[in-house]
Design a protein around this ligand. Structure first.
Ligand code: ZN
Ligand code: ZN
Ligand code: ZN
Ligand code: ZN
Length: 740
């Protein structure tokens, strides 16, 4: 077992013997970095591999290194993590690689770690190079191993803790007693590089096509330097050679970027030093490392989601048609059986019935798929032999979208979200309500309302809460006590948390591609260079909310949205009319006068998203949860969304406590005119009625990058910025105006 490494206090200025002789039998087998114990959430984020941190006891600055504690997620979870990483990496690459359309060329290697590439193509293979890991323990090594004598400013650098262990820092430094201090500023680059603040120069050698490091003074050959770092501004810092007193700026090329661009410059491309030079930052700065990851609601039953595979169009159309009441014509089972009997193939019918039943009952997605495949093969043959006529979903628009959807941004793909919602509803609403782990807020138990058991007060509760829900256009609202949320982290970036870093230089702003890095390889004998993917799962409280279709239709009508369906067909219409929102909702991002026409899908999404954000705000006001501590998930074709507590620390029941004590205030807050106005006033109203002072939440919490969200959709107001001003139209009727 790993020893508890709780930091030793004692005020040492320099790290002592991190890699010394092992002192237990266990250590002798793997004399590796020491281990620290932190909460799982901290290991996966605050102390993730590649972070710099210090111990309270002054043991110096350390770098986290990953240790293996392998984990096997179940098949559906594994697939959802895999798909999530695929999408994350692909959209990251698309943004980083295209951030400078008219500037110097950008190469895929500058945007993604090799682990996310196959040659120059984006490809993530979780089976090669990654291991699912429990965030239970983290190793650490002292870093940077760059020390400065506070008396004379001289620097001393070690390549590794082992070399330092062999040759300790000298007690005397020329004519005085030394006083060594770890240098707490490091160089970072958006390519993912982290280096100590040494005066090393990286030069590209055109003939050898590689970069070489010069550690010594170019003039006199001395390898001793002093660092003059008294100024508060890094730009005033400088190195001085001890041998010849020559001074140099505190700049250093990024070896990785110089290697790529050196060759390109040789081939005639123009690149500038601001693409190549690293930035000095304090080890404490956020810029040193931004951990990258994602989260999702855990679904156990993956059978519906299997229909999203490339060859399942027919079965997918049927499933969607069933969920959203799309009519489809198909010969009845009786007819099919009759036909088969008439030509002596009744045995095939029996076989099909058996396989179909097995496919429905089978819990393992792999075996269920195998059964389904066999059953389908038999059925296909009946159609192929012209024995029976093939029934079909009676919506060519839906069929067309099913064929197109593989190219859509996954996050907003309403066909995928429809299947996820159906499974979500089965597992986390219907099933949990039966098990009494979830309650429709109109049928609370004693823990959610003290009116339960008192008929008069309970009637009052139902009347008041029911009235508030009606006026908010909410058809169904369920409090779920234990919604399993999976959070995972799989890599990091430096300098910027997003794919683009804008470097300011001489009054120019030059966009730089930020490289998405996998975590460094696990330290273990048999992990074979794999990077960890940290997986955390936790049950948290959540609200499931579904809007009233009739009210939504009325609102769409009031706003003159074209192509409205009959009541009961809104979900189908969403799926039929949907056009790809694209990964970044490009058509809805504009801050200039818009060009995009209003459509059923954009308006429904905007409505649902705005109610969701408004409810996050109300929840933060009343529950004590932080706005950023609340996650959202939208199911647009089902007019539904989920809000859940995001934390990975034990859930203290803030949401249920809020409901018990303040349900009325909470629902009232949603529609309150005051909370539907913005503190920044008319400026925000004129600019799409959405800003961080009112309805916007932080980009990491929002499922849609804060696009398609507006107070005007709820309270009424001027058009969203993206919308074309057609026919003098300048007003959006608010949803709450319709429901009032
Ligand atoms: Zn000294
Ligand atoms: Zn010199
Ligand atoms: Zn605002
Ligand atoms: Zn959002």
């Amino acid at each position: 077992m790993a020893k508890n490494p709780s930091p030793v206090s004692g005020g040492r200025k320099t790290p002592q013997r991190f890699f010394g002789k092992p002192d237990t039998a266990d250590d002798q087998r793997t004399p590796k970095a020491p281990t620290m114990v932190r909460s799982r959430g901290q290991v996966a984020t605050t102390y993730a591999p590649g972070k710099l941190f210090t111990w309270e006891g002054g043991r110096g600055i350390c770098l986290s290194v990953p240790l293996a504690d392998l984990k096997k997620p179940h098949a559906t979870q594994r697939r959802m993590i895999g798909e999530g990483i695929d999408e994350f990496v692909a959209t990251w690459a698309a943004r980083a690689a295209n951030c400078r359309p008219n500037g110097a060329p950008i190469y895929m290697e500058q945007c993604l770690d090799r682990k996310f590439l196959n040659g120059h193509e984006v490809q993530v293979d979780l089976d090669a190079g990654f291991e699912f890991t429990n965030p239970t323990k983290m190793g650490y090594i002292p870093y940077p191993l760059l020390f400065q004598c506070t008396v004379c400013k001289r620097l001393r650098h070690y390549e590794s803790p082992e070399t330092q262990a062999k040759e300790a820092l000298p007690r005397r430094c020329s004519d005085h007693a030394s006083d060594w201090k770890q240098v707490d500023v490091v160089f970072v680059h958006w390519s993912g590089t982290l280096e100590p603040l040494t005066p090393t120069r990286y030069e590209y050698l055109p003939n050898e096509r590689r970069v070489i490091a010069y550690e010594k003074c170019g003039k006199c050959g001395s390898d001793e330097f002093t660092l003059h770092n008294n100024s508060t501004s890094f730009s005033d810092w400088y190195f001085r050679c001890v041998g010849c007193s020559e001074t140099s700026d505190v700049t250093k090329a990024d070896k990785f970027t110089r290697t790529i661009l050196g060759g390109k410059q040789q081939a005639g491309e123009t690149h500038e030093f601001i693409e190549i030079n690293m930035l000095p930052v304090s080890y404490r700065a956020n810029a040193v490392q931004y951990v990258q990851g994602n989260r999702f609601i855990v679904l156990e039953d993956g059978r519906r989601l299997l229909l999203l595979g490339p060859s399942e169009h027919e079965a997918l159309a049927r499933e969607i048609a069933t969920i959203h009441n799309v009519p489809f014509a198909e010969p009845s089972e009786v007819e099919i059986q009759e036909k088969l009997r008439a030509c002596g193939r009744e045995q095939e019918w029996t076989e099909w019935v058996e396989l179909d039943g097995d496919a429905r009952k089978e819990a393992s997605p792999g075996r269920a798929r195998a059964f389904r495949k066999e059953a389908d093969a038999i059925r296909q043959k009946w159609f192929a032999d012209n024995l029976i006529e093939k029934g079909s979903v009676q919506s060519s628009a839906l069929r067309q979208n099913i064929a197109l959807r593989s190219a859509w941004a996954k996050r907003f793909d309403p066909i995928r979200l429809t299947l996820e919602h159906a499974t979500f509803y089965d597992e986390h609403v219907r099933h949990k309500v039966e098990e009494r782990k979830a309650n429709n807020v109109l049928s609370p138990d004693r823990t959610l309302s003290d009116a339960v058991g008192d008929p008069a007060r309970f009637a009052d509760y139902k009347r008041v809460i029911g009235g508030l829900l009606n006026r908010s256009g909410i058809k169904e609202m369920v409090l779920i006590r234990n919604l399993p949320i999976c959070e995972y982290t799989f890599g990091y970036s430096r300098v910027s948390p997003t794919p683009i870093y804008t470097r300011e230089h001489n009054n120019r702003s030059v966009p730089m591609p930020v490289r998405l890095m996998a975590f460094p390889s696990l330290i273990s004998e048999n992990s074979g260079g794999s990077s960890p993917i940290y997986v955390l799962e936790q049950d948290n409280e959540a609200f499931y909310v579904r809007l009233d279709e009739g009210q939504v239709l009325k609102w769409l009508e009031a706003n003159g949205v074209p192509d409205l369906p009959q009541l009961g067909q809104l979900g189908a219409a969403y799926l039929e009319q949907y056009q790809d929102f694209k990964p970044f909702m490009e058509a809805y991002r504009t801050r200039e006068e818009g060009q995009t026409p209003r459509t059923l899908c954009s308006y429904i999404y905007m409505l649902l998203h705005s109610v969701s954000h408004q409810m996050i705000e109300a929840l933060a006001e009343t529950s004590g949860l932080d706005r950023d501590g609340i996650g959202e998930h939208l199911y647009p074709a089902d007019l539904a969304f989920v809000l859940y507590r995001r934390g990975m620390t034990p859930d203290l029941g803030n949401i249920s406590a809020m409901w018990r004590n303040q349900a009325k205030t909470f629902l009232g807050h949603m529609m309150e005119p005051r909370s539907l106005r913005c503190g920044s006033g008319s400026l925000c109203d004129a600019r799409g009625a959405a800003c961080p002072a009112c309805i916007l939440i932080s980009d990491i919490s929002c499922i849609a990058g804060n696009q398609l969200v507006s107070r005007a959709a709820l309270a009424g107001g001027s058009l969203p910025m993206w919308e074309a001003r057609e026919g003098g139209r300048d007003y959006v009727t608010g949803f709450f105006e319709i429901c009032a």
